[in-house]
Design a protein around this ligand. Structure first.
Ligand code: SAM
Length: 212
C-alpha cells in the first residue's frame, strides 16, 4: 500500500473512541468491552476499513475488531465511523506481530486476512501474514472451532500461504483460484478495497479457508 503521511492522524487516533488505546489491557476482556458474548471476528491489515465496516453492518450479532499498522490508513476508517457509528466494531493501531498479547486463548472466532502485503524477498517471509510464524500466533488466539479466511490476487503469496499450512499444522477446508467465478465460495462475499481494484483489472482472486 502506498502510504502518504496524513497530518494529524496519530493525534486523531489517540483521541478516537473507536480505537482501543491500550489493547493489551483488553486481553481476555473483549466480551466485556462489547457488552455481550457474541463471537469476535478480526481483520488483520484492514487498510481503510471498507470490508470490516460492511461486515459489521451486515452482521450485528458478531463483534468485529479491525487491526491496522499505519495511522495514515486507519484514520480513513475512523473518519467513516464518525459518519456512521457501528456499535459492534472497534479498531486497533498495532503491528499484528503482537496479536497474542492482545487476545487471550480462544478469544477470537474468526480471522480475516485480505490482500496482505506480499513481502516478496525471501528474507522477509516471516513478515507475511499467512506465514507459519503468524499461523502459530493465530493458533493461540483462535477458538478451537475457529477458522481463517484469506483472499489475495498475488499468486506467489497464495502459493506460499498454501505451502505453509502443513508445517504449521493447519488444514485446507476450502480453496478457489478464481473466487469471482466460484458460485459456492462467492456466496455472501464482501469486497475489500483492494479486491474491487484488482478484480476490476481482470485479476483472478484466490481464496482459502483454513482451520486446525
Ligand atoms: N485489507 C485491505 C484490503 O483488502 O483492501 C487492505 C490491504 S493493504 C494491501 C494491506 C494492509 O495491511 C495495509 O494497510 C498494511 O498497513 C496492513 N498491514 C500489513 N502488515 C501488517 C501488520 N503486521 N499488522 C497490521 N497491519 C498490517
Amino acid at each position: 500500500m502506498r502510504l502518504r503521511n496524513v497530518a494529524g492522524s496519530r493525534e486523531a487516533i489517540s483521541e478516537s473512541r473507536f480505537v482501543i488505546q491500550n489493547p493489551k489491557e483488553q486481553k481476555n476482556h473483549w466480551k466485556e468491552l462489547f457488552g455481550n458474548s457474541n463471537p469476535i471476528q478480526i481483520e488483520i491489515g484492514m487498510g481503510k476499513g471498507r470490508f470490516i465496516m460492511d461486515m459489521a453492518r451486515l452482521h450485528p450479532d458478531i463483534n468485529y475488531v479491525g487491526i491496522e499498522k499505519y495511522s495514515s490508513v486507519l484514520i480513513r476508517g475512523i473518519q467513516k465511523m464518525e459518519i456512521e457509528e457501528l456499535p459492534n466494531l472497534y479498531f486497533i493501531r498495532m503491528d499484528a506481530e503482537e496479536i497474542t498479547e492482545v487476545f487471550g486463548q480462544g478469544e477470537v472466532a474468526k480471522i480475516y486476512l485480505n490482500f496482505s502485503d506480499p513481502w516478496p524477498k525471501d528474507r522477509h517471509a516471516k513478515r507475511r501474514l499467512p506465514s507459519r510464524e503468524f499461523l502459530a500466533r493465530y493458533h493461540e488466539i483462535l477458538d478451537k472451532e475457529g477458522n481463517l479466511e484469506f483472499k489475495t490476487d498475488n499468486k506467489d503469496l497464495f502459493t506460499f500461504a498454501l505451502e505453509e499450512l502443513e508445517p504449521a499444522g493447519w488444514k485446507l477446508d476450502q480453496v478457489t483460484y478464481d473466487l469471482h467465478h466460484d458460485e459456492v465460495m462467492m456466496e455472501g462475499n464482501v469486497m475489500t478495497e483492494y479486491e474491487e481494484r484488482f478484480s476490476s483489472m481482470g485479476n483472478p482472486i484466490y481464496k482459502y479457508i483454513i482451520s486446525r
